[in-house]
Design a binder for this molecule. Sequence first.
Ligand SMILES: *Cc1c(COP(=O)(O)O)cnc(C)c1O
Length: 386
Amino acid sequence: MRIETLLLHNGCEFDQQTGASSVPIYQASTFHQFDVDNPGQYDYTRSGNPTRQALEDTIAKLEGGCRGFAFASGMAAISTVFLLLSKGDHLIVSQDVYGGTYRVLTQVLNRFGIDSTFVDTTDSEAIIKALQPNTRALYVETPSNPTLKVTDLGLVAKIAKEHKLLSIVDNTFLTPYYQQPLAHGIDIVVHSATKFLGGHSDVVAGLVAVKETSLADQIKTLQNAFGAVLGVQDSWLILRGIKTLQARLDVSTKNAGILAEWLQDHKGIDHVYYTGLPDHDGHHLQNKQASGHGAVLSFDVGSGVQAKQLLQKIRLPLVAVSLGAVESILSYPVLMSHAAMPQEVRRKHGITDGLLRFSVGLENVEDLIDDLSQALDSKVSFAVAR
Ligand SMILES: *Cc1c(COP(=O)(O)O)cnc(C)c1O
């Protein structure tokens, strides 16, 4: 079945026992054992729960994996996957990785003797150069945040196989609707389901899908041992969000393409980053390895003063961290997601003081354009007036 159908018909669409039209929320911490010699499938909710299981089975199906896992947040998912590594191991990581991932690698795992090197993973030679005798894993985000650099998934999988490394991809920005890393030979996919999969800015959740059973067994053990599992109500909300993923992403992505072109033609904008624009460095690769460009774009209004002016004047989008929701969300990376990064490092990665990230929602795109237009124009006149 194709992904659009799988989003709705994946074995978890109704309750097998009663026929109820959605998976029941099994609000229970423990399970009565009818026969202690033959324990049932579930014994304790940290180890397994039917509602969470439905979500875990769903993400496994959507990503083409053998098994899925649900966690209390994207960072809980990512951190649990990192626990596959041991003291003395080394990882190679995309240089503009999500801030929370950077933090857990550089402030937590380093204390346990797990070291990371951050490289531009769009450059395969840079990956090879960073290899050490103790390198065990390659961790990639594509497209990256906020400048949307595209890393070649097939190439990453190939390098990982040649050097016996675990390959891990954060697929939050595109979701399995547009990109399926396991099909390119990647071992593990991680998600912040807080974003597009949930889709309504009302749940924090993380998901993992893996290709092979031996790896699945290890992650199952870590999930149960570490215990950062997703609650049942939130599991149900993510299951519900997934049902409308196609409809939401189709509209948001179409809107993002129109907005990106409009922004590119606007005089007040220095640069627009969107993989759907033909002049984006990653445009062709993205077309090759993904079926869509997603709903996130970034643009540079020239300076921090102008960025703050625009944030003051804009009316429709939430001005907030996060992305991937029904409503548009406008973020200011310098003061939000990348605040912890020193200014020189930020500049090196193209995260200038004038850069804004727009996660495009389901509003009428003409209203978004009108809103951006009034905010940019009042910003320009302010600049001129000064
Ligand atoms: C938000 C995000 C995360 C972290 O997820 P949480 O659910 O906030 O813990 C990880 N990776 C990417 C790309 C994200 O956008």
